[in-house]
Write a protein that binds this ligand. Structure first.
Ligand code: PMP
Length: 426
């Protein structure tokens, strides 16, 4: 098939007529499909159901140091949970604090704490005229919502397949003391599925920020979420790298079991230097008497160790892989060579990132909705919901069944074709 961008007016008009007809036919099917959020499917949730049975009325509910997990006590996590999440985060358990059910909540708290209390003795951000954050784009909408909520100015930094544009990051953080942080999803990034290269991680660890309270918000949400056994991305461990570079306090590393066990009912953790963790603890001691230790116990007894986690993630991958491949095959078959879109081919994580012709993303999402397919809102992958090129769309293949996903992918490619033709016709 000829590139759309090389077609003349008549050819485009004829194509539009055909596509309009196809669109009306698909619309008439009255589909109601959702590809908007990165939620595990029911089949994936079923994988963890045995976890509900590991704690029973007659179970021993003491953690390994003998503390009764039914009662108050142990504010920053039972030792076996620190070990499990430590293994998952590739850090020593003493560099871990276990939190509650959501890592996003811990990120929100970290910004809130920096705002009102300051970072390790520095001026609270709320007392400064201006606070800025770097935002690799496209990125995770909920990160951007947090910084927007606190009135922090967000600066777009373009992503590359190796990670954020590090020349820009280095320059900005070394020149501007108002820049206090950067959002990073370093492995199987949301939405592109990119993993930061060794060089990128090393450059992050060696940053020389103008602000002493600058922190890298390293959200390693997809650390063990591979799609393939034999084709996995590798991410250099940042905490060790920062320590080696003489910057031990530069990073907060977040993780959770949300997409390992149950989203919203997993356990979250932070890994950081001792000085940073002491800062976290001071706040936490006022904030709570402790998190849900029974849930920590449940997770440890179910997964046991890193091998247990990996074995479990292979079962997730068996469910997710065909879904990614179905979407990627459809994009390849239907859109390759047409010059109207580009997309990523991740080895893990939860998303595929699609870039349309400039100025088409909103219209594609609107068309898909008209045909009964809900996509993540166009613009959501950018701070303030503003994609300057209106071209990026996040595809989340995890939730629908394979059958529904097949239909949704067909709707998507049709909408891309239709909107592109309309754009080219002007
Ligand atoms: N970080 C990223 C990059 C995510 O994609 C998600 C889930 N969509 C989260 C954090 C949320 O994690 P949690 O459930 O632990 O808050």
């Amino acid at each position: 098939m000829k590139k759309y961008t090389e077609m003349n007016h008549e050819e485009l008009l004829a194509l539009k007529k055909e596509l309009d007809k196809e669109f009306e036919e698909i619309k008439a099917q009255g589909l109601a499909l959702d590809m908007s959020r990165g939620k595990p499917s029911n089949a994936q949730l079923e994988l963890s159901m045995e976890m509900m049975d590991v704690l029973k009325g007659d179970s021993d509910l003491k953690c390994e140091t003998g503390v009764d997990c039914r009662n108050y006590g142990v504010i920053d996590g039972i030792p076996e949970a620190k070990r499990l999440l430590g293994e998952m985060s590739e850090v020593d358990p003493e560099h871990i604090i276990i939190y509650g059910n959501s890592s996003l909540n811990v990120m929100f708290d970290s910004i809130a704490r920096s705002m009102t209390q300051g970072v390790m003795g520095n001026t609270p951000w709320c007392k400064l005229d201006k606070v800025k954050f770097l935002c690799p784009v496209p990125g995770y909408d909920r990160h951007f919502k947090i910084t927007e909520f606190f009135g922090i100015e967000m600066i777009n930094v373009p992503m590359t397949p190796q990670g954020p544009d590090m020349d820009m990051v280095e320059k900005l953080v070394s020149e501007d003391a108002a820049i206090k942080g950067i959002w990073c999803v370093p492995k199987y990034s949301n939405p592109q599925g990119y993993t930061y290269s060794k060089e990128t991680v090393e450059r992050f660890a060696r940053l020389k920020p103008a602000a002493p309270d600058f922190r890298i918000y390293w959200d390693n949400a997809y650390s063990i979420h591979h799609l393939y056994d034999d084709n996995q991305d590798f991410l250099v461990e940042i905490l060790g790298e920062c320590a080696k570079a003489g910057n031990p306090d530069l990073v907060y590393k977040f993780t959770s079991t949300s997409k390992v066990s149950f989203p919203g009912s997993g356990i979250a953790a932070v890994a950081a230097s001792k000085a940073n963790l002491d800062d976290f603890r001071k706040y936490m001691q006022v904030q709570t008497i402790g998190h849900d230790k029974l849930n920590q116990l449940r997770h440890v007894r179910f997964f046991k160790d890193l091998d247990g986690l990996h074995a479990h993630m292979r079962k997730h991958a068996d469910i997710l892989r065909p879904k990614f491949e179905l979407v990627l095959d459809t994009l390849d078959k239907e859109l390759s060579g047409l010059g109207i879109g580009e997309w990523t081919k991740p080895h893990g994580g939860y998303f595929i990132s699609f870039d349309s012709l400039d100025g088409c993303a909103k219209a594609i999402v609107a068309r898909a909705k008209e045909a009964g397919v809900i996509l993540t809102g166009a613009g959501a992958t950018y701070p303030y919901g503003k994609d300057p090129k209106d071209s990026n769309i996040r595809i989340a293949p995890s939730f629908p069944t394979l059958e529904d996903l097949g239909k949704a992918a067909q709707v998507f490619v049709l909408c891309v074709k239709l909107v592109s033709v309309e754009k080219l016709l002007g």
